[in-house]
Design a protein around this ligand. Structure first.
Ligand SMILES: [Zn+2]
Length: 378
């Protein structure tokens, strides 16, 4: 073997060695990406088939819900062709509430939007509103949820399937209280955005955002809302929500809310953000690339706060931005166990505090980051 050969082999070995870790990392990244399915929205047109939902003078709720749902889907597909839209029903059939939730869960959907029309004995009641899941923030919200849940009484074996849930008993609704924390923040953000969009585009009275115990929301495990587009029992509003023009405005409003949400949480923008970050790679950071950083999120607000703001309750907080939201965090560390310990203390001051994770400055799924942390620790 001459020296030239040795040099060549050494060079080759060096190249291989240099490429190996990068390659492994790239493959790891690819794996995570592949697991990332497209952003998926489940649209649930309420009622259907033998269950017409609420009935107006002429219109049936199930038809209004379907028309608005289809228009919403068309708008999403046109503006965001990368988003996957799934319907719980596309025809006039009756689907049990549990099956609607299962459809969304099996699809591992990112969002669940249930579309309904409101009804009241008070023929003057009107306006659009949006619900998230909770035990019922008002008597009216509770009544709306009870009404929507009653469809399960027509389902076979409902007592068995819904485990003793009685839609007419207010005690049954206590179970929803326990579920409030789950995805509550995102659901509330989406509900606010959708409600704002609907009011803006329809001019209907704003009944605001409430929480109530909707069974169809209870069984789904992702951010979720239930929209009541208007009162089918109000003469004028029935006309509006049953008309093509009205339905277009409603769908446009819901779409706008979705769009705002998607700009914040959609994977589409995460990829964009990652792309812009890659444009200026810092050599030093590259060495720590792939290491998760954990933080405790204490609250978010739409304005920048001074570091000594009373709302931080003495904690040293920093923020990251998502859309218009400043999300304040504290207690940053690469050691998940430490952050978890600190969270117990922080939770005494901030009840809804939770852990968020970042890799290379990009927010990632916390569970995923914990797995990576545990693997890297080994
Ligand atoms: Zn309904």
């Amino acid at each position: 073997m001459n020296t030239k050969d040795i040099t060549a082999k050494l060079a080759l070995l060096l190249i291989i060695l240099l490429l190996l870790p990068c390659n492994a990392l790239a493959q790891k990244k690819k794996k995570i990406k592949q697991k990332d399915q497209p952003f998926t929205v489940v649209i649930d047109p309420g009622h259907g088939g033998v269950d017409p939902g609420a009935i107006g003078r002429k219109a049936k709720e199930k038809d209004v819900n379907m028309s608005v749902s289809k228009l919403l889907s068309e708008m999403i597909k046109e503006e965001y062709p990368e988003v996957k839209v799934i319907f719980t029903r596309t025809t006039d059939v009756k689907i049990p509430l549990i099956k609607r939730a299962t459809t969304a869960n099996n699809a591992k959907a990112d969002l669940f939007i249930s579309i309904h029309s409101n009804a009241s004995k008070n023929k003057k009641a009107r306006g659009c509103e949006t619900f998230t899941l909770g035990s019922g923030s008002s008597a009216e919200a509770k009544a709306a949820a009870m009404y929507e849940n009653e469809v399960i009484l027509q389902e076979d074996n409902y007592e068995q399937i819904y485990k003793g849930f009685n839609p007419r008993s207010s005690e049954s609704y206590i179970i929803f209280e326990l579920l409030r924390a789950q995805d509550m923040e995102k659901s509330a953000e989406l509900a606010n955005l959708v409600q704002k969009g609907m009011v803006k585009h329809t001019g209907l009275p704003n009944r605001g955002v409430s929480s109530a115990g909707f069974l169809v929301l209870h069984k789904t495990v992702m951010p979720k809302i239930l929209v009541e587009v208007g009162f089918i029992t109000n003469k004028d509003e029935e006309k509006f929500i049953a008309s093509k023009e009205g339905q277009k405005k409603l769908a446009k409003g819901i779409f706008e809310g979705f769009s705002e949400y998607y700009k914040i949480y959609g994977k589409h923008d995460e990829a964009k953000a990652a792309g812009s970050k890659k444009a200026e790679p810092a050599k030093k950071e590259a060495a720590k690339s792939g290491v998760p950083v954990f933080k405790i999120q204490i609250f978010s607000t739409d304005r920048e706060l001074k570091s000594n703001d009373k709302r931080f309750k003495g904690l040293k907080a920093t923020y990251y931005k998502e859309g218009k939201w400043y999300k304040y965090t504290c207690c940053e560390s690469e050691n998940y166990n430490e952050v978890l310990k600190k969270k117990k203390e922080v939770s005494k001051k901030f009840k809804s505090a939770f852990i968020v994770a970042f890799i290379d400055g990009k927010k990632v799924d916390t569970q995923k980051a914990i797995k990576i942390f545990k693997k890297q620790k080994k």
